[in-house]
Design a binder for this molecule. Structure first.
Ligand code: N01
Length: 505
């Protein structure tokens, strides 16, 4: 049962629960829904903000949308036949998540405004202790980290940045109070966020400087409204909608074959990206500067029909000389040129491993996960559990991100696996479950061997998929159905089960 009780340090509020989930994005809400569907309400969810939605609450930049088709970027058990477009915009995705929180009455289990930087495993009690910034303590048998990997903005420390007199913000912290109309705007970065932002703002700004360090491969992608008649048919005939979803799923899985080592399969996709540049950009010098020198898929493949046309506009300058420093009024590049700007927008991505480490856990031997991972490298089993950290589960953990399909599919498998592990604990009359170190090691050796054949290692680029040592700790190197196969059953032999003193939860 969920209970609130006095205890711990004087004046500390203590909440005891069976499952504590951190985060209310796709992963956290999905986990909570799975528990409700299993008839359980003995869980609590911590959310640092005052609303649900995770990355879809935080990213509100103009043009923010999902680059995975909506019918695949949603839970299989909660289809939405009413998606209005093939690729949905942020407000519609956020509304979908809020709708789920309402439908499953999750608000009564969510504690808003509670941010936590980690938890401590009490081996005697066999419980996780999590303290939030406001001093509240949570004690739980199971801890689920659902904090996402892409939510700690990376703002590069450019020399002189503090002296800039204009407005500065990161794409994931969009300043809606800052009018861009008629202003000179610098966008730094050319990843997925920039590709969506630039076409949206180009018409209203006086001038747009796009600072490109490395060009992205951008394939053509025409978004379209799903006609009302089709939506009606999806509502009335679920088989039609399911067939549509499977069609998208298998089309995207085909891309996985190319990414995972069959490079020749990527050639037609690379040709279509080159044609996309050629179609929109007449200037041969600009075309050359926009064409990547690494293999397609090495960084995330982007899709847009309006990015290159935006860059060909007369009020846009693509700056490829490296940024040297920022002044009070502008940006100076390595060639000594200073360009004046009123607003600097960092579309410079996220601290990915910090995202993984945002919920730092102190395990059974008193060692914290961040130090362990910093020293030995990030290691988990299936991206879900880590040896020495009993009863803790990661959703969208290391090596479960994708370059080719929907991460919501991965999240669903992880939720099912975590719930099965919890059920195993109950069935065996145990208190705790911890993956064996040998099993974890075997998984990591296998995954790195497979990654070494993939385009992320062989494609000649540097990307956020790689950590500071150049090791890929983010991508799942295979098809998503292979991940489904590997997570479909929790093998009791892979785990140590422990029974300890019964704690009252
Ligand atoms: O970030 P990124 P993002 N000086 O890391 C450049 C997801 N997403 O926010 O390539 C100058 O991809 C950096 O240059 P380089 C999606 O998974 C999804 O765009 O490192 N430039 C790069 O161009 C995506 O992959 C959607 O040389 C600097 C850019 O900034 C992930 O989020 C939409 C720099 C960063 O690109 C991240 O995308 C948006 C510096 N010091 C995002 N530091 C969907 O559609 C960095 N850069 C679901």
């Amino acid at each position: 049962m969920v209970s609130a009780a006095g205890g711990g340090a004087e004046g500390t509020r203590v909440h005891r629960t069976r499952v504590l989930i951190i985060g209310t994005g796709f992963s956290g809400l999905g986990m909570a829904i799975e528990l409700v569907r299993a008839g359980r309400r003995d869980f609590l969810v911590l959310e640092k903000a005052d609303a649900v939605g995770g990355t879809w609450r935080e990213n509100t930049y103009p043009g923010c949308a999902c680059d995975v088709p909506s019918h695949m970027y949603s839970f299989s058990f909660e289809p939405n036949p009413n998606w209005s477009r093939m690729w949905s915009a942020q407000p519609e995705i956020l509304a979908y998540l809020r709708g789920l929180a309402d439908k499953y009455d999750l608000y009564r289990n969510i504690h808003f405004g509670r941010s936590s930087s980690g938890g401590r495993w009490d081996e005697t009690e066999r419980r996780w202790h999590v303290r939030t910034a406001d001093g509240t303590e949570y004690v739980a048998q199971f801890l689920v980290s659902a904090v996402g990997a892409l939510h700690v903005p990376n703002v590069p420390a450019l020399p002189g940045a503090q002296t800039f007199g204009g407005t500065v913000f990161h794409s994931a912290r969009w300043d809606h109070g800052c009018g861009l109309t008629g202003r000179r705007v610098a966008v730094i970065g050319t990843g997925a966020s920039a590709v969506q932002v630039v076409p949206e703002i180009v018409d209203r700004v006086a001038g747009l400087q796009l600072y490109q360090r490395t060009p992205a491969w951008v394939v053509p992608r025409t978004n379209f409204a799903i006609p009302p008649g089709v939506r009606r048919a999806f509502r009335r005939v679920p088989l039609l909608r399911r067939t549509f979803r499977y069609g998208i799923y298998w089309t995207m899985e085909a891309l996985g074959l190319g990414l995972n080592g069959h490079a020749n399969l990527m050639a037609p996709i690379e040709r279509s990206a080159r044609a996309n540049i050629a179609k929109s950009v007449d200037d041969p010098d600009l075309r050359r500067r926009l064409t990547p020198s690494y293999r397609i898929g090495c960084k995330r493949i982007l899709g847009s029909d309006d990015y290159y046309p935006a860059l060909a506009r007369p009020n846009v300058e693509v700056v490829t000389d490296p940024i040297e420093r920022v002044t009070a009024t502008g940006i100076v590049t390595a060639d000594g040129v200073e360009r004046d700007v009123d607003v600097i927008i960092y579309a410079t991505g996220f601290h990915v491993t910090d995202g993984f480490e945002n919920v730092n856990l102190v395990g059974a031997d008193g060692r914290d996960l961040v130090s362990r991972w910093n020293q030995d490298g990030i290691a988990t089993h299936l991206g879900i559990t880590a040896a020495g950290y009993p009863n803790a589960f990661f959703l969208l953990g290391p090596n479960t991100g994708l370059g080719h399909n929907s991460v919501v599919f991965m999240i669903e498998q992880q939720i099912r696996y975590a719930c099965a592990a919890m059920a195993l604990v109950d069935d065996r009359g145990a208190d705790a479950i911890s993956v064996r170190a040998t099993v974890q090691d075997r998984f990591n050796v296998d995954i790195q061997r497979r990654l070494s054949r993939g385009v992320w290692s062989t494609g000649g680029c540097v990307s956020w998929y790689l950590d500071a040592r150049g090791v890929n700790r983010t991508i799942w190197p295979g098809f998503t159905w292979q991940y489904w196969l590997r997570t479909r059953v929790v093998d009791p032999d892979d785990f140590e089960l422990a029974t300890g003193p019964t704690a009252s939860v």
